[in-house]
Design a protein around this ligand. Structure first.
Ligand code: UD1
Length: 314
């Protein structure tokens, strides 16, 4: 029986894909994760329904046999974060570019059915026009953005040269339950959630008027499943966003409203490599994948906050 393979399956997004696959009745799911940023606890209640392998995608000899023959490879393993890639570019280069090459090579040589790749909206950089459309020229502003873009190009080349089916999904600032808030490189909303529950000020880099198309993790998991089965999409790049645009000041204001507290944010200097505004054009996902996000920002934030309240200690 052919299997689903999720690289980075113990991570925040990968584990959401694993859960979604199980809901759909998937029988055999193999998770590869080196547990650098992933955690086995993210898979706690599904652990016995999957085959978890602590393997690094940079180790081709160990990863390739697991990828061989997969029906679909959901390639989520990566070292995320724009500032992390600036502070320490070597590991992210290694994993995001060489690791992705290994996954594509193993999928191609091993006859896998399709690779769905976690690409990033950071590839757009600062565009003159919003929302950002897949036909715009990429303009990466950080090592991370460039690394993720190289992965997209590799997907396209593996599709056209070797006939491997690939789909690249450009995620737009994914948030939700299980996003780890503990590192300075963690996604901004996870840090906001922790701050509000601890009743302390978050740090906002810049004036807080920069905006993001925050996308709820379950919508991204659903998008991945649609991309796994859609027809005539090989080699394509498709935005995985919500279609909206929220400033950091608005996000922090919403959390204060929900909690009924007033805690002013502390403002620091803008962060190097940051994009000013980000918003997805979602028409391609609707047309090619039949996907439309279900979670409004308000609903996603409330669900996420409840999860942090129950699961993250202040
Ligand atoms: C970028 C990508 C995103 C990708 C992510 C991976 C863009 C537009 N988005 O996210 O698709 O998934 O990398 O890591 O490039 N900030 C604060 N205070 C904090 C933390 C962050 O103000 O404590 C600010 C940042 O300066 C930035 C915004 O919040 O302006 C979002 O930062 P972050 O959550 O790190 O994500 P991006 O870098 O936007």
């Amino acid at each position: 029986m052919s299997h689903y393979l999720v690289t980075g399956g113990a991570g925040f997004i990968g584990s959401a894909i694993v859960r979604r696959l199980l809901q759909e009745g998937a029988r055999k799911i193999v998770v590869i994760d080196n547990l650098l940023t992933g955690r086995e606890s993210n898979l706690e209640e599904v652990r016995r329904s999957i085959d978890f392998q602590r393997v690094d995608i940079c180790n081709y000899e160990e990863a390739a046999p697991l990828i061989r023959g997969a029906a679909v490879v959901f390639h989520q393993a990566a070292i995320p974060s724009v500032p992390r890639s600036i502070d320490d570019p070597v590991p992210s280069h290694e994993v995001n570019i060489n690791g992705t090459f290994n996954v594509l090579r193993a999928a191609s040589e091993g006859g896998a059915g399709r690779v769905v790749y976690a690409a990033s909206s950071s590839a757009y950089g600062d565009t003159a026009v919003l929302p950002k459309v897949e036909t715009m020229n990429p303009s990466p502003k950080s090592p991370y953005a460039l690394q993720k873009l190289v992965g997209e190009y590799y997907c396209n080349v593996f599709s056209s040269v070797y006939g491997l089916e690939t789909v690249a999904l450009r995620y737009f600032n994914v948030y939700g339950p299980r996003q780890d808030p503990s590192s300075p490189y963690s996604g901004v909303l996870s840090q906001f959630m922790k701050a509000i529950l601890e009743r302390r000020s978050p740090t906002i880099f810049g004036d807080g008027e920069q905006s993001r198309d925050f996308t709820y993790v379950d919508d991204v998991a659903e998008l991945n499943l649609k991309a796994a089965s859609a027809k005539n999409v090989s080699g394509k790049v498709i935005n995985g966003g919500n279609g909206g645009r929220i400033t950091l000041n608005q996000a922090w204001a919403l959390l204060q409203r929900i909690e009924g507290v007033e805690i002013p944010a502390v403002y620091g200097p803008p962060r190097a490599g940051d994009v000013r505004d980000s918003q997805a054009e979602t028409a391609t996902a609707v047309r090619d994948l039949g996907h439309a996000p279900k979670f409004s920002f308000d609903e996603g934030m409330r669900l996420t906050l409840e999860w942090y309240r129950r699961n993250v200690r202040g």
